[in-house]
Ligand binder design. Structure first.
Ligand code: ZN
Ligand code: ZN
Length: 384
């Protein structure tokens, strides 16, 4: 079937324009007539997360980036619920996404923010502005029979899980129309725009702590609406890492789901960037910003500050590497002590603990100095 007429993808335009209208009209009508049932709202939220996570944990972090591995039952659920988000098959989605990472912010980026917020969000689905992909970049996914099967039967599966399932479940409490329009259509519309925000909002708001070589940004607001994908600057820099929010307090439910799956041995080989690499990227960006602020200083001040920055940065990285090594050694002795305790082992453990404590204090001290340097390079001792 011919999808593009005069460069426009009319089935997409109709589908993505009509669904929000149907959602608003139907939910208004249901509310005006005493519905939907409260259980239907809960079902809608549960399905919103299931389909959203199918996209972020499945389509994105598993199939597109191979940032971990998962048992076949988990992959099947991702494919069924990710498909019910109505964003294409995992095969097609991953192909586009890998092109996005490879050609970010260039003419070949399918949803490049360089063509505007609207284009990155949804407009790219409406127009034909590049050659159709040849799927060369997803040969690994073609080895997975489940991925091939989902690609082949994508439309009926999406309709069955996305609309049929909520309608049937809500019929159990006598609210099939609520199930269809609220947990089916409205849930799908919300999910569309939540995940579309990964391509638009995550390249638009926030800061760039790890790299300024691409438009991806870190923002907790974007993370809230994208199931944790808002730490996108980190993601584009370390795309093989299964986490997007690396701090425990950062909102990243997708990472938490993958962690829970790994506790139950349903996910394995979770990949993480080394802490040394993450720190190095962060310090590089700090230094760039600090050097940028020195533009109006004399050449001798710039030179001296630059030297101090380089020295402090080297000290920081060396201390951090030592700290990581000591942490490993301490954990090793502690584990050994749990099995067989001897007096000398107790002494070694105490020595390791003190050594670790000293290294941590040293690191904190140099980090405080670094923070002072990058926030105001003119504070470097001895500078005019
Ligand atoms: Zn991106
Ligand atoms: Zn990605």
């Amino acid at each position: 079937m011919k999808m593009y007429i005069r460069g426009y993808h009319w089935p997409h335009i109709l589908f993505f324009s009509a669904s929000p209208i149907i959602s608003i009209v139907s939910v208004s009508w249901l509310v005006a007539h005493g519905g939907p049932h409260w259980a239907t709202w809960i079902l809608a939220v549960v399905l919103l997360f299931a389909t959203g996570m199918g996209t972020t944990a499945g389509y994105h972090r598993l199939f597109s980036h191979k940032s971990y591995q998962a048992k076949w039952a988990v992959r099947l659920l991702y494919l069924l619920f990710g498909g019910a988000a109505f964003e294409g098959s995992a095969r097609w989605w991953a192909c586009q996404h890998r092109i996005h990472h490879h050609h970010i912010d260039t003419g070949q980026d399918p949803y490049g923010i360089n063509k505007g917020f609207w284009h990155a969000h949804i407009g790219w689905l409406f127009v034909q502005d590049q050659e159709p992909p040849n799927f060369d970049n997803i040969k690994d996914l073609d080895q997975d029979p489940l991925v091939r099967l989902q690609d082949r039967f994508y439309a009926p599966l999406a309709i069955l899980i996305g609309f049929g399932l909520p309608t049937a479940i809500a019929a159990l409490w006598g609210d099939p129309w609520g199930g269809f329009f609220v947990a089916g259509v409205t849930r799908m519309v919300f999910n569309h725009h939540a995940t579309f925000c990964i391509n638009s909002l995550c390249h638009y708001i926030g800061n760039r702590p790890y790299s300024d070589q691409h438009s991806a940004r870190d923002s907790w607001i974007a993370a809230l609406v994208t199931y944790g994908e808002g730490y996108h600057n980190f993601h584009h820099e370390f795309a093989y890492d299964y986490r997007n929010g690396i701090r425990f307090y950062q909102w990243d439910p997708t990472k938490w789901l993958i962690n829970v799956l790994s506790w139950f041995k349903l996910a394995h080989h979770l990949r993480q960037a080394s802490q040394e690499h993450i720190l190095a990227a962060r310090l590089e960006m700090d230094q760039k910003r600090a050097v940028g602020r020195l533009a109006h200083y004399s050449e001798s001040v710039r030179y001296k500050t630059h030297e101090v920055l380089i020295t402090t940065r080297t000290q920081l990285q060396q201390t951090f590497a030592r700290l990581q090594k000591l942490k490993k050694e301490y954990t090793k002795v502690k584990r050994a002590q749990l099995h067989t305790f001897t007096e000398s082992m107790g002494k070694t453990l105490e020595e390791k603990r003190l050594e670790l404590q000293r290294a941590k204090q040293e690191f904190d001290m140099i980090m405080a100095r670094w923070q002072q340097l990058i926030s105001g390079p003119e504070l470097v001792g001895g500078l005019p």
